[in-house]
Design a protein around this ligand. Sequence first.
Ligand code: ZN
Length: 295
Amino acid sequence: MVGLPYQSGYNNRHSLLIQGNIILQQSTPDTDITDMETLFLLYSFIFGALVGSFLNVVIYRLPDEEQSVVFPASHCPKCNTNLHWYENIPILSYIALRGKCRTCKVPISLQYPVVELCMALLSLALYHRVGLSLILPFHFLFLAGLLAIIFIDIHLQIIPDKISLPGILVGFISSFFNPLVSWQEAGLGILLGGGVLYAVAAGYALLTGRDGMGGGDIKLLAMIGAFLGYQCLLFVIFFSSLTGSLVGLAAMFRQRKGGQTRIPFGPFLSLAAMAWLFFQQDILTLWFWYLSVSG
Ligand SMILES: [Zn+2]
């Protein structure tokens, strides 16, 4: 139902653009399209915030085998008071409650509204990028998975197989709906993503006698390769290593523990994957420009 007016509206805009864009501002069809577009952007933001609210639960309960992600209902971790529906509105409730539980006044983690806002913005950006297309639900799931992995890895230094392994499968299936990635490229992404990082990790362990990268990172890169194709891997590995090293150096400097500081690598892989998803065109343009300049 909702797809139809958007589709015809899009065509109208397209034909108007061909005729010349001076009349665009006054024409009624275009005003309708703009309203429609704004409405869908708003929907995608709200939907993303709601999913972000669910991700908060996933982040806290998924790594724990004992806990269900569906039950019990949302409650204050300190005084166990169940939250009313109006205390459970993404982002807004945190602001309304001024970051404290209504009953016991214990501070609520800032992470809750941050995750909700991040997912809302990712959802908005994704809709803006791909529109109402078949790849939209797949990339939405991909971004939600990456966001959950970022926070779980920061807290527990693990990347749950419960996200990465189904993610590899869903990513491969998504290639059949992705105009930018063929199933062969997705398949190669899984093999190279898993394989290359495994080789790097094994080499590092051999050279230093320490584990640099966990098996979770390898499965995550295979998942990223599945969704974005093998083409993304060079950038993802380069960008995550660069940002990871910079943050690692800063952490080493602050903690003064020398080379023993361990920082999770999953967040950097995830951020690199997000950067590729949204900016691959710009990244490639920059890369070819660099090649032409460096001769
Ligand atoms: Zn409380």
